[in-house]
Design a protein around this ligand. Sequence first.
Ligand SMILES: NC(=O)c1ccc[n+]([C@@H]2O[C@H](COP(=O)([O-])OP(=O)(O)OC[C@H]3O[C@@H](n4cnc5c(N)ncnc54)[C@H](OP(=O)(O)O)[C@@H]3O)[C@@H](O)[C@H]2O)c1
Length: 384
Amino acid sequence: MTRTISIFGATGSIGASTLDLIRRERDKWKVVALTANGNADELASLAREFSADCAVVADEGCLSRLREGLSGTPIRAAGGEAALTEAASLPADVTVAAIVGCAGLAPTMAAIAQGRTVALANKEALVSAGEVMMAAVRASGATLLPVDSEHNAIFQCLAGNDLEHVRWITLTASGGPFRDWPAERLAHATPSEAVKHPNWSMGAKISVDSATMMNKGLEFIEAYHLFPVGTGRLRIIVHPQSIVHSMVEYRDGSTLAQLGPSDMRVPIASALAWPARMDTPCAPLDLAAIGELTFRAPDEQRFPATRLARAAAAAGGACPAVLNAANEVAVAAFLGGKLGFTRIAAQVEETLGRFAPPAPTTLAEVIAVDAEARARTREMLEPA
Ligand SMILES: NC(=O)c1ccc[n+]([C@@H]2O[C@H](COP(=O)([O-])OP(=O)(O)OC[C@H]3O[C@@H](n4cnc5c(N)ncnc54)[C@H](OP(=O)(O)O)[C@@H]3O)[C@@H](O)[C@H]2O)c1
């Protein structure tokens, strides 16, 4: 039976891994929509290859290029944020939310509003919208399937079990490329060093988040919403090998863990095929060759981002949206060579300290908080 799929952020790292899986099962999938920001040439080429119904660039200035790339095909081309949201409303059996950053929020919410099955990689959208998104999921009956490897692991470990029996949910963290660097060296870390993740191949923004450990902070907030056991039963442990993707400990003392190679095609496949399973080309796990799986407590002195995120999750309201927006701006400034590595978390803390709006209760309010937090962070970084 053919299943339909839309991929938001098709030209990115998660988009490429998803399309790699679809490519191997072409007869089983029909592609509805593929989207990108401005990478019109790549998007056109993917839309042609997969005979998509439509292709959308968020940056309207790139629409003419997309049209050129699709000329002679029946594929519909569209541009702009409204077109992105419209594409998310098109019927699809699975909608993959893989845009980076809060830019993915509106299309993800549009798919949720239609009661779709959403394979969620775009953690920033859930971090920012939090309760607003989860309430929309409950209202529409949408299914949210986590693609983030940790949350996908927890989802698998929880299958068939009640949250009331959970003692701990433990998110594993690789610790990023700087996990063994002394504090003094961190201040001089460069963007090219920060994007070189030891275990995973990912987009630039999430790679920097991994280096600051903000990625684990965002994931803590994501887990808080997806698996509501409260912040007191969620914890983070550093596991440099990235083989155990997360764990659930039950009150009888049993701990279930999900293990696998550091390849995002595994959790993506789990979400695409759920509740069944599908083949992936990933190498079988060879634990004898890996030899050792080690674990250690996170160091919040050197990497304060997880402390900030835990506090934002506990405070709730607008705090996670402000934290996320400030982080996106600070990471962009770091990647642009305008901010030192250790200033990223410091800037997030500063924005949180200076901007405390009321809790957003609608999508429009979340977007407004996000925009204002970005504007204020930019002002702090580049005072007039
Ligand atoms: N990569 C991983 O292994 C991984 C693992 C777990 C979770 N995630 C999460 O998955 C999401 C995607 O990560 P990624 O690493 O795949 O990112 P990426 O490689 O940077 O790709 C981002 C995608 O989003 C599009 N995009 C960027 N800005 C946009 C905007 N303003 N409006 C609409 N589309 C926009 C990009 O289009 P262009 O190509 O046109 O710029 C691209 O298709 C992130 O939320 C990340 O945290 C990623």
